[in-house]
Ligand binder design. Structure first.
Ligand SMILES: Cc1ncc(COP(=O)(O)O)c(C=O)c1O
Length: 357
């Protein structure tokens, strides 16, 4: 999970805490995902991690990018000019509806009317909210996202030769396995629409990091469902970038308080919010660089420098740890730095380092 090159880079870090990104690992992973999906258009959901270095690597393997705001649109357009962009997101502003796109995912009949009112040409996928029960999802994207059958019916007569209906888009949930995603695919591909975007949401297990989404099974399943001339697109985020990111830091204190042992590290969940938002223990390794006071083989809770009891990376994990040790949190490449509340308490921001070979 944490390779020798990441361990070495973390040990040598002069500016902990810092993010370390393993670009060759991302390159190899994205290539394998691409290979598993013949005939399927692969977009990357930029919201998972918009880091320019990661986007440049992914650009070698993907057909385009899914962006969900004017900010993400401008970022990708400046970095990788001319790449196909699928513009999504609820509550688009008029300025966002005017942005150039390869596809725009329309979320409601009123949004479609506002798009028509711009007078610009548009290629639309209607985002639907399928009434499919999902099992084992980490986060179900129901509620305000997309529209139901009545919404779709309301939209259909509004299309013109300038604002064209291209097909359907659905992003059902986060954390789905290949079988669940293929159930969604079966439902959407059983319509007359010739273009379907099946969204992202491929499962990433933070408790069993070696368990990976079965891209080969998904690719085979999609190949079985596709009919000639049908365009099928997916837009994963987390399952592409989660594994290539690491947050490395150092232990500043180890202490026992009322029977509990805590290791306090530099930085905190204002840099890596993922374990708090998802309620998991972030997988980690302790590298013995310290030599200060510590504990051996006992349950330890790893916390950061924030003045809140919620600043917890992992609870009661049996380990040895000493002051000055390096802690490397793995699976920090998606919904990590970019979703964190960076400026709470005004601690310095982390460094960013990229392994290139
Ligand atoms: C519309 C849409 N597409 C794609 C994604 C990416 O999902 P994931 O990172 O789980 O693959 C999201 C995430 O929220 C989304 O809302």
């Amino acid at each position: 999970m944490i390779t020798a090159s990441i361990r070495e880079a973390a040990t040598r870090l002069g500016d902990a805490p810092a993010y370390l990104y393993d670009l060759p690992a991302l390159d190899a992973h994205a290539e394998a995902v691409r290979r598993a999906l013949p005939g399927v258009e692969l977009y990357y959901a930029v919201k998972a991690n918009p880091d320019p270095e990661l986007l440049r690597v992914l650009d070698r393997h993907v057909d385009g990018f899914e962006v969900s705001s004017a900010g993400e649109h401008a970022h990708v357009a400046a970095l990788l000019p001319g790449r196909p962009l699928a513009l999504g997101g609820p509550g688009k502003t008029d300025a966002e509806l005017r942005l150039p796109h390869h596809r725009i995912h329309v979320e409601s009949p009123n949004e479609l009317r506002r798009l028509l009112a711009t007078g610009l040409e548009a290629d639309v996928l209607l985002r639907i909210s399928p009434d499919l029960p999902v099992e084992g999802a980490a986060l179900t994207m129901s509620g305000p996202f997309g529209m139901d059958e009545a919404g779709v019916e309301e939209c259909l007569p509004l299309f013109t030769d300038r604002v064209r209906l291209r097909g359907l888009h659905a992003h059902l949930a986060s954390g789905l396995d290949a079988a669940e995603l293929l159930r969604l695919a079966g439902r959407l591909l059983d319509t007359h629409h010739t273009e379907v975007n099946l969204g992202g949401g491929m499962a990433v297990s933070y408790t069993s990091p070696m368990e990976r989404f079965d891209w080969a099974a998904y690719g085979r399943g999609l190949a079985g469902l596709r009919r000639d001339g049908r365009r099928v697109r997916i837009e994963p985020g987390r399952a592409l970038t989660a594994y290539c990111g690491f947050y490395a830091t150092r232990v500043v204190d180890v202490k026992r308080v009322r029977g509990e042992t805590y290791a306090i590290v530099l930085g905190g969940t204002h840099h890596l919010r993922t374990p708090v938002t998802k309620g998991h223990d972030q997988p980690f390794a302790v590298l013995p660089t310290g030599g200060g006071p510590g504990v051996a083989a006992e349950p330890v809770t790893f916390v950061g420098q924030l003045c809140t009891p919620k600043d917890v990376f992992a609870r009661n994990i049996v380990t040895s740890v000493r002051v000055g040790d390096t802690v490397v949190f793995a699976m920090a490449g998606a919904y990590a730095w970019n979703i964190s509340h960076h400026d709470f308490l005004m601690h310095p921001h982390p460094g960013f380092h990229y392994l290139r070979s």
